[in-house]
Structure formats: C-alpha cells, structure tokens
Design a protein around this ligand. Structure first.
Ligand SMILES: [Fe+2]
Ligand SMILES: [Fe+2]
Length: 153
C-alpha cells in the first residue's frame, strides 16, 4: 500500500477503526463490571461505586458506536479487547487508566477522520463520548492520587 493510500481515510477504514473502538468499549464494560465488584478495602469503596457508573456509560458508548458502524454499512464487532485482571486495587485502577488514555487518543483521531469524511454527526457524538472518557480518566487518576495524565493527540 502506498503512503497516500494508507493515510487516506475511506468509509471502509473508518468502519474498521470504529469497530476497534467498539472492541475497546466492550473491554471497558467488562473491566468496570469486574473491578467495581472485586475492588476491596475501605479506601477504594468510593471509586468502586464510580466504576459501576463507568460501566453503564461504556455500554451507552458501545451502543452508539455500533449504531454508527451499522449506519456506515458495516457489521458491528462482537469481541472485546483483552481484559487484564489483578487482585491488587492499584493494578486494576492503572489498567483502567491506561485503557482510558488509549481510548481518548483513538477518539481524538476518530473525530478528525470523521470530519475529513464529512461525517459531522458521528464526529459530534464522539466528542460527547470524549467528555465521559476524560471524566473517567480524571476519576481514576484522583483515586490513584496522581494528576490526570495527558493522553496525547
Ligand atoms: Fe467509552
Ligand atoms: Fe471510559
């Protein structure tokens, strides 16, 4: 594939990219369902409740992304990206933080790609999803006692 062809976004490559996003949303749903129940310790009870709320927000994102894939003429993905597990609360929060960073990086690109294709409505909805993902990132960073990291563009 030439450089031009590989960087140019088409309907087909947008469908593929959105399906990767959908697999990341499935991963997030599973991780938040699991971690919200497994997190133990008085220090983590508040964040455990927040993770359960994140799970429902990730489901709403998954439904929206699946809807866009269908609208573009694709078949929505049905497999999650791998979910890491740990017995340690801090590990779980770090896994989530890393996943949220990657999700934000990817959605920032997706907004640009959608706009380049004139898919302004999808771009608009992904912008709204980004607000939630940035809230998730901040909640996790706060629970870890660190500043919210810059996910990059
Ligand atoms: Fe999400
Ligand atoms: Fe998230």
């Amino acid at each position: 594939m030439s450089t031009t062809a590989s960087t140019k976004i088409t309907r087909k490559t947008l469908i593929e990219a959105l399906n990767e996003d959908l697999s990341r949303e499935y991963q997030a749903i599973i991780a938040y369902v699991n971690y919200s129940q497994v997190l133990k310790g008085a220090a983590y009870m508040k964040i455990a409740d927040e993770l359960a709320i994140h799970a429902t927000e990730e489901l709403a994102h998954a439904l929206q992304i699946a809807n866009h894939v269908d609208y573009l003429g694709g078949m929505p993905a049905n497999t999650p990206k791998k979910v890491k597990t740990s017995e340690k609360a801090e590990d779980m929060l770090r896994f989530d933080l890393d996943n949220e960073k990657e999700t934000i990086r990817q959605y920032r690109q997706r907004v640009k790609q959608c706009e380049a294709m004139g898919e302004y409505a999808i771009a608009e909805q992904i912008r709204k999803i980004l607000i939630d993902e940035q809230d998730h990132l901040t909640a996790l960073a706060t629970a870890l006692g660190i500043d919210a990291p810059d996910p990059g563009a």
